[in-house]
Design a protein around this ligand. Sequence first.
Ligand code: UGA
Length: 434
Amino acid sequence: MKIAVVGTGYVGLVTGTCLSEIGHVVTCIDIDQMKVNKMRDGISPIYEPGLDELMKKNIRENRLFFTTNHHDGFGGADVIYIAVGTPENKDGSANLSYVEQVAKDIATHIKRDVVVVTKSTVPVGTNDWIKEVIQNHLVHNVKVDIVSNPEFLREGAAIFDSFNGDRIVIGADNEAAANVLYEINKPFGISIFKTDIRSAEMIKYAANAFLATKISFINEISNICEKVDANVEDVANGMGQDSRIGSLFLNAGIGYGGSCFPKDTKALIQIAGNVEYDFDLLKGVVRVNQKQQEILLSKMEDRFDNFKDKKIAILGLAFKPNTDDMREAASIVIIKQLIEKGANVFAYDPVAMGNAKKILDSKVNYTPSTFEALKDADAALILTEWNEFKDLNLSEFEKYMKFPVIFDGRNCFDLKIVKNYNVEYHSMGRKSIK
Ligand code: UGA
């Protein structure tokens, strides 16, 4: 099967590379020549564990190609995947301008029947619209089928998820197109669920909205636990053992970030609003998350009179570990406020500092290691649960900080262990140790 993938962001590049790994010949198309040149050498423009190696292997074995030329990319393709971004508009809706451009490009370049697959997360009904755009701009008399094939990959674990996901969803309006996708995906060995196009589009939003709901729910439970002297980890554990609830995605923290949950929850509220349905529950989830991103600041305000000229060490900037992605990270909100309040911020992240520099206030100081961030700091904030931080010996905080006051937004340390050290430790939904 010859496949073209348009867009080489997280979704497109991982999808294209993994499809080549299972034996398909894949050409990835991107408009950025510099990026394409790098990818041809097997260098991924994003940090994703295992991706570079897999790209290099499949480039070497002549199954994975990169081009800026739509004509080359689409020429001879049996299947074209759309994997361009759908960023958030000001009103929370999904911006479909990149998708529209790709649909037009497909229409002008294809010379044979193709199946167009939408990987990008798009509002319900978009695939019908994509089909219309393509039909309206077709240059040659060919047949185009549309299939919705949403992705469920987690950044930082995307390669693992591609080969070990829970399900592959295929939404099509005819059996033949669904079967093409079925055959493409069969080698992954993952259970395949076939449905209609609109249900497939809805599954993606509903799944992300539900996961976001789980997180906001446990975060509210965590806030209550703090007030009633309960331990949110034990509560989550006890709840999660009920198989109807499930134990995953019940880690309390400083809210969800990233390119998906914040955008998709708001888009689903919009989608519902467009059909005059008030998705009140999901609005609450979004509100709770916004408050949760700032919760460490209120804990700090309870502890310190002010932050003026205080040295604050920030450990972790990325929205979660194993990624360099800063999109919607809680660190953005927290650091902005600390700087407004006069704090001197010293930040360290194992991989996200490059991206952080592009968006955070220029007053932020970046350090080459955890220890330099901690040196003489008045407080340390743990914002991302990188293993590098979880593996720290708490004596390092004692050794380097003026007085070791730690605000752990990700519950990286076991309270029983913390008690053995001379540190002041505030975490999420658990008793503070002073
Ligand atoms: C999420 C979904 O997990 C994927 O299934 C989906 O494909 C993807 O969005 C997408 O729509 O493309 P991702 O955003 O990469 O993946 O990251 P997650 O691992 O889901 O984490 C999202 C956020 O939730 C992170 O900020 C994380 O710290 C937070 N989180 C997660 C918690 O606060 N608690 C938890 O228990 C789990």
